[in-house]
Every structure is written in C-alpha cells, then in structure tokens.
Design a binder for this molecule. Structure first.
Ligand code: MRU
Length: 346
C-alpha cells in the first residue's frame, strides 16, 4: 500500500489517524500502552485485524517501559494493560485473539528473565503484524476468482489496508483481481454514521487507481435491481461457529437485498476472526456508540434535540445469507459449522 496504517518503531507505535481522512493524512505517535488504547477506543485506528495488531503492539510498548525486574510484578503489569485494551471495543474478536497470544507468551513460563520476556513480547507483536500481512495476501489470492471482468462489486465500510496490517480482506480480494488485470467497477457504501466507506475505502481504492463509485447506504437495493451490482464483498469483525457474521451496521441489510436479487454475498476474513466459542451470532456483543454520531453530520446537528437516536455499530448477518467465507486457508461454503471448525484448527 502507498500508506502505512500502523508501524512498530522500536520505542513507539505510529498510527495513521483515520479520523482525519480523507482531508489530511496525519500520524499519531503512541509512546505508551494507554495512548494506543485511546487510539483504538476513539477510532484513530479501526478495523478488526488492525486493532488486534495495535493492541499487541500496545502490550509490547508497556513491556518495554516497565521498570520492574520481578516476574510476578511484571506479569501483573501486563495483565492490567491487557485488561485496559480489552475495554476499548467489544465486537471485533481479533482484539481479544491478539491479546490472548501476547498473554500466552508470559503464561507459558512460571519464572522468566524480565528483560528477555520484553524481547519475546516485542517479537510476538511484530509476528502478529507480519502474519496479518501474509494472511491478507492469501485471502486476496483465494478470493480473486470470484471477481469477473466487467463485474460491479459492492463493498461496505472499510475492510482494506486501513483496517489491517496489509492490503485488506474484502479489498485485498479486489486488489488481487485488479492486479491480475481484471477490469471491473467498485461500488462503495458511504457507511453511515462514521462514513468509513466514503472517507476510507474510496480514499484507498482511488489511490490505487481503481474506478470507485460512492453511494449512500440506502441506494444499494436500487443498484442491485438494475443489475449494476453483481457481487457483494464485505469484511467481518467476528464470525460465530455456525457462520453468523458480525460486520459494520448495514451489512445485514445488504445480505438480505443480495438474497432477494440473487447476487452472491461473500465475507472475507482471516481465521483469527472466527470465534468458535460462540454457537451462533446471538452471542456476539454488539458495540453501541454515542447517539450523537447519528444526530450530527460533519459536526453539525441535523436532528431535532427532542429525538432519541440509536447507534449500534455492527449487525449480525445470519449464515444462511452468506454464500461463502474467504479465508487465508481457502473459501468455505455452506454448511459452515464443521468446515469452519476444521479450518480454524488446521
Ligand atoms: O467500526 P470499525 O470501523 O472498526 O468497523 C470495521 C468493520 O466493520 C470492518 O468491515 C471489519 O472490521 C473488517 S476489517 C478487515
């Protein structure tokens, strides 16, 4: 990608502040874990895989800054940092997955040399980052067969380079097909209320020279009825054992519309987004955000003061509406249950 969403710099983490895009590409330098946690919570960095990588780097930073040489105290400090990270955002399971990986590093040893443990934690955070880049690449390679010359591909929110350490999941598939020489159009849902589609997805696609058309979320059905959309590709924040998928609010509506119009609807996600502990999407916690994100637009109030607003940030698409899930290990088709489990554990 022509930009770096997140970067480990040895003594700090540099993040592209996505709240300022597309007006300005400015960076935040986080020197400690609490500033990384704040960046995740306030959505300077967002997107399931990216927040997992950021949280892991936050823990590695905390380790580096720790002054204790006593393993028990060090462990307590790290546990506290993990707890703070866990409180940042509830839906994307990649956050918890990455923190569990970091925790495993100190949990595997009862006694350890603290200085050596710091190095191990730094190495693990960098590994999580590198692996995400490789996984993105594989998702792209596995999914590109789904895109055909002349297609109209609709995507929602941002599942691209800005949401990952690499070139993205749903957008990774688009980049891989484009690089192979296929020519098609991409439709980008604006994605109210925070506009991750028009602000972020359109920004990165247009920088890669891919023809991009933005629509407001309520236009998708009309475009589908006119056969302008021929494929829907979205990312995921958490996928339950049966294939039910949490993704940015509005995804469920797109899946219903796709079914009605007979348009294939695919989810692209790394296996780290699979949460096998949940039987179905009913168990996925859905983040509820400030109502002001809905009642205001570009900082200006656009709704009467007396009215209430709701703001669930995600919705759950039932597995029955999903044609397939594109992972780094291949495309899984319905019935998902056993296949997802096998793939995760492979
Ligand atoms: O609230 P956000 O911007 O973190 O939501 C992001 C999404 O819903 C993405 O589609 C999802 O995380 C997949 S990113 C590869």
């Amino acid at each position: 990608m022509k930009f770096k969403t997140i970067e480990w710099r040895g003594d700090c983490v540099r993040l592209l502040d996505q709240r300022a895009l597309p007006r300005r590409a400015c960076y935040i330098v986080c020197k400690d874990a609490s500033s990384v946690a704040e960046a995740i919570q306030k959505m300077a960095i967002r997107g399931a895989p990216a927040i997992g990588v950021a949280a892991a780097m936050g823990v590695a930073l905390a380790a580096k800054r720790s002054r204790t040489l006593r393993p028990a105290l060090f462990r307590q400090e790290m546990e506290r940092v993990c707890e703070r990270m866990r409180q940042t955002r509830p839906t994307a399971v990649n956050l918890f997955w990455a923190l569990d990986r970091m925790k495993k590093v100190w949990d595997q040893r009862l006694n350890f040399d603290v200085e050596e443990m710091k190095e191990r934690l730094e190495a693990e955070a960098i590994r999580i980052f590198e692996e995400d880049r490789e996984v993105n690449q594989k998702i792209g390679e596995n999914g590109k067969v789904l895109i055909h010359e002349g297609d109209g591909v609709l995507t929602h929110c941002n599942a691209g380079g800005l949401a990952t350490a690499g070139y993205g999941t749903a957008l990774g598939v688009i980049y891989a097909a484009w690089t192979e020489g296929k020519r098609f159009r991409v439709f980008v849902d604006e994605t109210r209320p925070l506009l991750q589609g028009s602000r972020l997805t359109a920004w990165e696609l247009s920088r890669e020279g891919i023809p991009t058309t933005i629509l407001t979320d309520n236009m998708a059905g009309w475009l589908m009825s006119k056969r302008e959309v021929t494929l829907v590709l979205v990312g995921a924040d958490r996928i339950a054992r049966n294939g039910d998928t949490a993704n940015k609010i509005g995804t469920y509506g797109l899946a219903v519309l796709s079914k009605w119009h007979g348009i294939p609807f695919y989810v692209a996600a790394p296996t780290s987004t699979l949460d096998l502990s949940l039987v179905s999407g009913k168990g996925i916690p859905v983040e509820e955000r400030e109502p002001e994100e809905v009642t205001r637009f570009a900082g200006v109030r656009v709704a009467p003061k007396a009215c209430r607003a709701i703001n669930p940030a995600f919705d759950i698409t039932p597995h029955s509406l999903i044609h397939g899930i594109i992972t780094e290990k291949g495309i899984i088709r319905r019935p998902f249950g056993k296949r997802l489990k096998r793939m995760k554990e492979e």
